[in-house]
Ligand binder design. Structure first.
Ligand code: ADP
Ligand code: MG
Length: 484
């Protein structure tokens, strides 16, 4: 949703397009057989191709092409059966050949779309302009020596997908939702691990401002932002900066900026280079890449169920709200976990236990759901005990806490701690009688019209039974006793 930003001279809106570099999950690089393991000793994963030794020739890695096509299919995008690798020429110490092999005018994937799930449960479509294959560069190490810079070429030649969005995003919040959704799709597909801390997903943010609905303004590009939180902060700051600049009579220059996370500001890095500065031309070492339509169709048929389809199914089959369904399908592992708990049980109760109690614990312990201390089967066992009336929902929370702590099953804990719900009406009546006898004046007040006291009596009986009285039964019996 367009978000209005109030300036000194009236309303503005931000326009945002993202370029995301996603590292392809592949054991070997895009054009060489060198390994890609993260965190290896510097320069131990470098082939003569990556180091640009004279006469070495690139050979395309079929697996990386497959990963790019799968991603294109997952983004509902056109797959181009013919695409071309170009050289993007520039000089830098971490780029031994003096050019990056990339795709320019003929990328492997064309127009697609991505559905944003907004926090209020609504959704919005964002255009994907293209996805192309390219190599990563090496890395300059400036902090290893007081006066020298070292170069680590392990990353040189690693396969990247650059995924470019249309300038369809209108707020920092939408940009955050876009990255989360894209990352979720990439992870479902197994084409990128989406790990921003390790740099496998990096984001360049293009930001401009305009009067609401007006013509597009000049954009600035903020390079290499490496967390969703920073992307959102960088966009907020950059939009403000541009509005203030224009309102003071200045003009926005198209430039490349850097986000300073410590200060929360963007600052200029260089004037934006134009495509012609790179002297793009088709790489003479590589033939155009041609794909077989049948091969593409086979990949399409083999795609897993993706988040949007899963969300729609969760809403239809389990009657979940769009918001709950959206949260649960965010990760494949949590969707699977939920389905195991929900199977043959009340799905809403299952969703509630996963999203409130389980997520609460996982958050507190900083654990992903794959490492949950309570398995989906075990949580299912607890939900069964609630559904068959063995324990009340309130006691179930204590049982769950004990499951997290001890790793034991729900039934064992209920048995061990004697938490079984009291459903014997005679026993409950006995406790009610003694509570009412001890609170004779309150009973008189209640009967004189102070009906609020009902909750007080319930509390007293629950206390006396350590929370084990069946709530519905207690309610009934108490009402009768107080009436009589
Ligand atoms: P470049 O190579 O110059 O960075 P790309 O075509 O790779 O150009 O990427 C352009 C990015 O900028 C896209 O994500 C696009 O949506 C975005 N963009 C284009 N115009 C604007 C604009 N006026 N405001 C914000 N973003 C824009
Ligand atoms: Mg770009």
């Amino acid at each position: 949703m367009a978000e209005i930003i109030q300036g000194r001279t009236g309303a503005w809106e931000a326009v945002i397009g993202l370029e995301i570099h996603a590292q392809i999950i592949s054991r070997a690089k895009l054009f060489s057989g060198a390994a890609t393991t993260f965190g290896a000793e510097p320069n131990t994963q470098v082939s003569t191709v990556d180091a640009a030794f004279p006469g070495m020739l690139p050979v395309i890695n079929r697996h990386c092409v497959e990963q790019a096509v799968k991603t294109g299919l997952g983004l509902n995008a056109e797959i181009n059966l013919v695409s071309v690798f170009d050289r993007k020429n520039y000089f830098y110490a971490d780029l031994p050949p003096g050019y990056q092999i990339s795709q320019y005018s003929r990328p492997i994937v064309g127009k697609g779309k991505l559905v944003l799930d907004m926090p209020d449960g609504s959704s919005r479509e964002i255009g994907i302009t293209r996805l192309h294959l390219e190599q990563d560069a090496g890395k300059s190490l400036h902090d290893q020596h007081p006066t020298l810079t070292y170069v680590d070429l392990n990353r040189a030649g690693v396969a990247l997908m650059e995924i470019v969005s249309e300038p369809d995003l209108r707020s920092a919040e939408e940009a955050g939702a876009y990255i989360r959704k894209l990352r979720s799709i990439l992870r479902y597909l197994g084409t990128c691990d989406g790990n921003m801390e390790e740099g496998s997903l990096r984001c360049d943010c293009n930001v401009s401002v305009r009067r609401p609905g007006g013509a597009l303004g000049t954009r600035c590009e903020i390079k290499n932002v490496n967390s969703i939180r920073f992307v959102m902060q960088a966009i907020e700051h950059e939009a403000r900066r541009q509005i203030e600049l224009i309102e003071e009579g200045g003009t926005v220059e198209q430039e490349t900026r850097l986000f300073d996370a410590a200060k929360g500001v963007t600052r200029p890095m260089r004037f934006k280079e134009q495509a012609h500065d790179y002297r793009y031309f088709p790489d003479p070492d590589l033939l155009p890449l041609t794909l077989d339509q049948d091969w593409v169709e086979a990949l399409r048929r083999a795609l897993p169920e993706l988040p949007d389809a899963k969300k729609a199914r969760f809403i239809a089959d389990y009657k979940l709200s769009p918001y709950d369904a959206g949260v649960l399908v965010g990760e494949q592992a949590s969707a699977d976990y939920f389905e195991t708990v929900a199977k043959g049980r009340d799905p809403k109760l299952a969703a509630n236990w996963v999203m409130v109690e389980l997520y609460g614990v996982l958050n507190r312990l900083s654990l992903g759901i794959e490492r949950s201390p309570v398995s989906a089967e075990a949580l299912g066992g607890l939900v069964d005990l609630i559904l068959d009336g063995t324990i009340s929902g309130r006691l179930a929370k204590d049982v769950f806490a004990a499951m997290v702590e001890t790793g034991k099953g729900a039934a064992a804990i209920v048995e061990e701690r004697g938490l079984k719900q009291v459903t014997d009406s005679g026993a409950i009546e006995g406790v009610i009688d003694s509570v009412l006898a001890a609170q004779a004046d309150k009973v008189a007040e209640y009967r004189a019209g102070k009906e609020k006291l009902f909750g007080f009596f319930i509390g007293q009986v629950m206390k006396a039974t350590q929370g084990k009285a069946n709530p519905a039964l207690l309610n009934d019996l108490l009402r009768k006793k107080l009436a009589g």
